[in-house]
Design a protein around this ligand. Structure first.
Ligand SMILES: [Zn+2]
Length: 364
């Protein structure tokens, strides 16, 4: 049975208008409209083939369960002004495919329980402290934020690499928190994005998270307070630290130098004047675009363990893609930068031994 919602989703994922798809597929706009509205008439095999090859989705994708696109208000996007509706919808469509992958994983593995405090009434700084306290983290640097989120039930996926205007986004779905990271950004930026999205999950749990500047400011403040607790920064530097001194600090906290300078300011540890002059120097040295002493990207513990386990069982990523009726490229895009290899058959690097975060459900 042909499923209209899946055509809508596939077209959104590729960022195509009906006219563009019509040109690519040779199908008329009227036919496409009828197919997207459904339910009848059932398309011929040739029509499905044309859709499949012009959209890059296997034919099987177009049948199966309903797959509604995620509503725009379910997710918060930064930089919404620079983002076209089509780019936003492409990112949301990628998110919807990630939900399908996540469901597939969860039918086979038992993932950590969700433990995301809901602190909508707290100020961002206080909420960040409360989450650290609840998770028993102390006040030190966080070694790996993606692992930390995953250990508390967050499902982390990669945003398809062609959505470069999208930093990251997050949403709740059926009581489960999802974070999507643009893994083309630097390790520091991506780490800050992950903390920012945690801020949304903690502070803005309501379904309709229609964008407001205040939500974005709150999430940003939460992120920097969560990564760099004020109590740990007091007394580290004099009133007028130089940029070179601060490079040591930012290395310790695994954040960008700009984020570190900004945090010292919001924590009330440097003056506005000094903050401004440090930023002028940052720009002069080109540190706004290129990070001195960059860190490695954080990877997903859960996805590595899942795909590692499957690999040992003889299940490749291509097999998983087939099970989900996705192309291998679309599947890879969802885990891009979060697992070591994107190529089946490439040497597998053993993951670091960690506490058993995931458990396989039933016998495979
Ligand atoms: Zn945001």
């Amino acid at each position: 049975m042909f499923e209209p919602t899946r055509l809508v989703l596939a077209r959104a994922r590729r960022g195509l208008t009906k006219r563009q798809l019509s040109e690519r597929s040779g199908l008329s706009i009227r036919t496409l409209t009828a197919l997207e509205q459904g339910p009848d008439p059932a398309p011929t095999d040739r029509t499905v083939e044309a859709l499949s090859s012009s959209l890059g989705f296997p034919r099987e994708f177009f049948s199966g369960e309903e797959m509604e696109a995620l509503p725009a208000e379910a997710a918060t996007f930064r930089a919404l002004t620079r983002l076209s509706a089509r780019e936003r919808d492409a990112a949301l469509a990628a998110g919807r495919l990630a939900l399908a992958l996540s469901e597939w994983i969860e039918s086979r593995f038992e993932l950590p329980q969700v433990d995301i405090p809901q602190l909508a009434s707290e100020a961002p700084e206080a909420a960040a402290e409360a989450v650290r306290a609840r998770w028993g983290m102390g006040l030190g640097p966080i070694p790996n934020l993606v692992h930390l989120l995953e250990a508390h039930g967050v499902r982390v996926f990669s945003l398809a690499t062609d959505c470069s205007e999208v930093d990251a986004f997050s949403l709740w779905r059926d009581g489960k928190p999802f974070v999507f990271l643009n893994t083309n950004k630097s390790g520091e930026r991506s780490r800050m994005d992950a903390a920012h999205e945690l801020g949304h999950l903690v502070l803005h749990p309501e379904y309709d998270r229609s964008v407001s500047r205040q939500l974005e400011r709150d999430a940003a403040l939460f992120a920097s307070a969560f990564l760099m607790p004020q109590a740990s920064l007091i007394g580290r530097h004099g009133m007028y630290p130089t940029l070179d001194e601060l490079v040591h600090g930012k290395r310790e906290w695994s954040v960008s130098l700009a984020a570190y300078v900004q945090r010292l300011y919001t924590a009330g540890l440097i003056t506005e004047w000094h903050h401004r002059s440090l930023f002028i120097e940052l720009s002069k040295r080109g540190y706004r675009s290129g990070e001195p002493d960059g860190i490695e990207r954080e990877r997903s513990q859960i996805l590595e363990q899942v795909f590692g386990y499957l690999r040992r069982e003889g299940v490749t990523r291509s097999d998983v893609a087939r099970a989900l009726a996705l192309s291998k490229q679309d599947l890879d895009a969802l885990v891009f930068g979060l697992v070591f290899s994107s190529v089946d058959g490439a040497a597998e690097r053993p993951g670091r031994a960690q506490r058993g975060h995931i458990r396989v459900v039933g016998a495979q």
